[in-house]
Write a protein that binds this ligand. Structure first.
Ligand code: C2E
Ligand code: CA
Ligand code: CA
Ligand code: CA
Length: 279
């Protein structure tokens, strides 16, 4: 038993070393990516559940690595978060998304907004308000055309500070949304206090619709609660006609998912002019 314990320990440290090597490689690569313009944004449409019109798009970051190809955020966002690189990456994402949204507004006319993911560290360590102000001024995007997606976990790391920043952002006129709603702990207490316009139902609740009774109950409850609080509800990860029809039957306001489109290059989208066909 002793021998085995020892082997396990060696195995464990080896795995740890491999993981930290991978993390170091990613960290070094990300610094290079920032300096050499290897980051890209893809955009995923958000569909109004009544009209089928594209009312918004979510910006999602990718890394076009010269050897590895297109790298998805699941592989690098946590490293970026731990190392603080999420701050310059987040600033790049914000500027690029606002520039793109401004270009769309000019060529294709009005659409509701571009949604950008904001990480906890951007809230806690930077002057987010100033960054947003400056980016809007530089790009000429009206504040109402920008939506920030914030996760519950971000909010919970420092609720008082976050609340204050959220109020300032609201005064500026940008829209605020709680991402991955239902996966954190704070939902009910904070939902009432936070100056947000919408919540996004996490994909994990949508995936087993409409067969799973638990998911159905939860989604129904989230939508009813959000509507009671006059919030707009977006469902993410909509892939099937059955999920779509359940969400429509519950008056979910808008829908995002592979059923309509995967996240794609900006050139492939004309938000404001596009709609999905369904009944
Ligand atoms: P998220 O904010 O919850 O974004 C939704 C994710 O679900 C995206 O993955 C999107 O491509 C994926 N998705 C959308 N519809 C479907 C569907 O119908 N089926 C399936 N299977 N997946 C769907 P992605 O782009 O890989 O991003 C993963 C996560 O990385 C995001 O989750 C977000 O937390 C983070 N992330 C992405 N871009 C940024 C960014 O610019 N800044 C920060 N801080 N985080 C980001
Ligand atoms: Ca999001
Ligand atoms: Ca989400
Ligand atoms: Ca999610």
């Amino acid at each position: 038993a002793k021998e085995r314990g020892k082997n396990n320990y060696q195995f464990y440290t080896l795995a740890m070393t491999e993981r930290s090597l991978e993390r170091m490689t990613i960290e070094r690569g990300l610094r290079h990516a920032l300096a050499h313009d290897e980051l890209r944004l893809h955009y995923q449409p958000q569909i109004d559940s009544g009209s089928g019109r594209v009312v918004g798009v979510e910006a999602l970051v990718r890394w076009q690595h010269p050897e590895w190809g297109l790298v998805y955020p699941d592989r690098f966002i946590s490293v970026a978060e731990e190392t603080g690189l999420i701050v310059p990456i987040g600033a790049w994402v914000l500027r690029t998304a606002c520039q793109q949204a401004k270009a769309w507004l000019e060529t294709h006319g009005p659409f509701n907004c571009v949604a950008v993911n904001v990480s906890p560290r951007q809230f806690m360590e930077t002057n987010l308000l100033q960054t947003i102000n400056q980016t809007l001024a530089e790009t000429g995007l009206p504040p109402g055309a920008l939506e920030l997606e914030i996760t519950e976990s971000a909010v919970m790391q420092d609720p008082e500070n976050t609340l204050q920043v959220l109020h300032q952002l609201q005064q500026l006129g940008v829209r605020l949304s709680i991402d991955d709603f239902g996966t954190g702990y704070s939902s009910l207490t904070y939902l009432r206090r936070f100056p947000v316009q919408s919540v996004k139902i996490d994909r994990s609740f949508v995936i087993d619709l409409p067969d799973d009774e638990g998911s159905k109950t939860l989604v129904r409850a989230i939508i009813a609660l959000a509507h009671e609080l006059k919030l707009f509800v977006v469902a993410e990860g909509v892939e099937t006609a059955a999920q779509l029809s359940f969400l429509k039957s519950q008056q979910c306001d808008s829908l995002q998912g592979y059923m309509f489109s995967k996240p794609v290059d900006a050139e492939l989208l004309k938000p404001g002019l596009m709609s999905a066909e369904f009944d």
